[in-house]
Design a protein around this ligand. Structure first.
Ligand code: EPZ
Length: 446
């Protein structure tokens, strides 16, 4: 369990390149299960969730070649297993994205029901109800979702109205609908850029999807899909995180290989709180802090509004802004775990259910803090960059799930951040509670 040690107080300066979007890469990798031909994906982020998804595909029987680090050649012509086991799903909920493709192509799938996670209960009832509307028989058995297509093996197109906007729910159902008989219409669908990116890949594979990026998506099912090549979009949340990093440290960054039109609500809000954000060209932003940061309220909403995945980073920024900012989290019921850790650093944050009120500016001081989930850990890194003294962040495996080598990218623009790798001996010591020397002698190292 690695840690980050950050010494704050240095304005970031220089250029940083944005990696591919984790939340597009995961469904695009799952989409390869829809065809026996090869799907080639470029610009995949080198992040732990991508490695987990690759492992899932290989466990199902797909081959995944990596001609280079960020390119995967996925071939699912010999799928022998139709199950995403608990061991994998518990480490990454997005494993449920195998359900739609397996059910649509093979008429059967078994996926462990993901439990709750740090940010909320996160049920998948809307996914399952959608599959039933496509004619599947869905039942829960021993903690698993067991789904079967109707007799004859193919799902049947239908009109599905989501009672709540769900990103992976939309992705799962639209992938399943690509091979269903007839037309499927998804209403109140999610409009995130990652959905449009997935639809672009599916249409390259021969699917007939229209309306991606709007609340109504239409899919005319086809008999079979083919191979394709696709480049994953840049990560808009990583982009937003680095914009905040420049602003919170009072530095100046050039953010390259990004796609600003995917985070217009974030950029608009940050400009409102006096962050200077210039478009140098269609894929490069220059960011610096204006005068004093001004506090401003925000409420998280589905795309194209302010994303919940930027809420924690925004909270860190608001600790340095003049005034009181009210942050309302409308998507997940328990996504303020980072607030109590920032309070340990001296932040003035009042919590009341799904509403946090941040008062500032406050001088943060370094402290040992605990990361609880992916975006919370990013916010603690940001708080550590502006705090006086040293901040030690534990459980940074959370951040590795979705950010590619964030400490190297930050160090390259002047941050004082180190990854503290916990040595095997220390882990054994912790685990066994005996002294290091004895264990060292056991493992033959003195
Ligand atoms: C996706 O999660 C993202 N993950 C999340 O990013 C992101 O926070 C979330 O969308 C919202 O933008 C991936 O794309 C892999 P939802 P997802 O289904 O699809 C409720 C990150 O940091 N709901 O849109 O799981 C649910 O509980 C991660 O990268 C149901 O009630 O989120 C939540 O309150 C964290 N029943 C709301 O809807 C369902 O069947 C939105 O969830 C499905 C969802």
């Amino acid at each position: 369990m690695d840690k980050f040690l950050i010494t704050g107080g240095r304005p970031l300066k220089g250029a940083v390149a944005i990696s591919g979007a984790k939340n597009s890469a995961l469904p695009c990798m799952a989409a390869a299960l829809l065809t026996a031909e090869t799907v080639i994906l470029h610009n995949l982020p080198y992040a732990r969730d991508i490695i987990t998804q690759r492992r899932l595909l290989e466990d199902l029987g797909a081959t995944v070649l990596t001609p280079e680090l960020r390119t995967h050649k996925i071939n699912a012509s010999h799928i022998e297993v139709f199950e995403a086991p608990y061991e994998l799903v518990k480490t990454m909920r997005a494993s449920v994205l195998a359900l739609g493709p397996l059910l649509a192509r093979f008429g059967k799938a078994k996926v462990s029901l993901p439990g709750g996670c740090a940010i909320g209960t996160r049920p998948i009832d809307l996914h399952l109800r959608g599959f039933e509307q496509l004619g599947a028989e869905v039942r829960l058995e021993g903690g698993n979702v067991v789904a079967r297509a109707p007799q004859g093996g193919r799902l049947i197109g239908a009109t599905i109205s989501f009672e709540k906007v769900t990103v992976t729910g939309t992705e799962n159902l639209l992938m399943a609908a690509t091979l269903a008989k007839g037309r499927t219409v998804l209403r109140n669908a999610a409009c995130e850029p990652e959905i449009s990116d997935l639809c672009e890949l599916l249409n390259r594979m021969g699917a007939r999807v229209r309306g991606a990026g709007t609340p109504t998506i239409e899919i005319d099912g086809v008999e079979a899909l083919g191979g394709a090549q696709h480049t994953i979009i840049p990560d808009r949340i990583e982009t937003g995180t680095f914009i905040v990093a420049a602003a919170i440290t009072g530095g100046e960054l050039e953010i390259k290989d990004c796609q600003p039109e995917h985070l217009t609500a974030v950029i608009a809000k940050l400009r409102e709180v006096v962050v200077v954000i210039e478009d140098l060209n269609p894929s490069t932003l220059r960011v610096k802090r204006g005068n004093a940061l001004l506090a401003s309220d925000v409420s998280t909403e589905p795309h194209p509004n302010f994303p919940t995945d930027m809420q924690a980073q925004y909270m860190a920024l608001m600790t340095q802004a003049e005034g009181h900012a009210t942050i309302t989290e409308t998507i997940f019921e328990n996504r303020f775990m980072h607030a109590s850790e920032m309070q340990r650093m001296g932040a003035q944050i009042h919590l009341n259910g799904r509403i946090a009120t941040v008062s500032g500016p406050t001088k943060l001081t370094g402290a040992p803090v605990l990361a609880s989930d992916l975006r919370a850990s990013a916010s603690l890194v940001l708080a550590g960059l502006v705090a006086q003294g040293e901040t030690m962040i534990e459980r940074v495996y959370h951040i590795d799930r979705g950010y590619e080598r964030i400490e190297a990218k930050l160090r390259a623009v002047g941050a004082d951040i180190q990854r503290i790798r916990e040595s095997v001996t220390a882990q054994l010591t912790d685990a066994a509670g005996t002294d290091a020397a004895a264990i060292a002698s056991l493992s033959g190292t003195s």
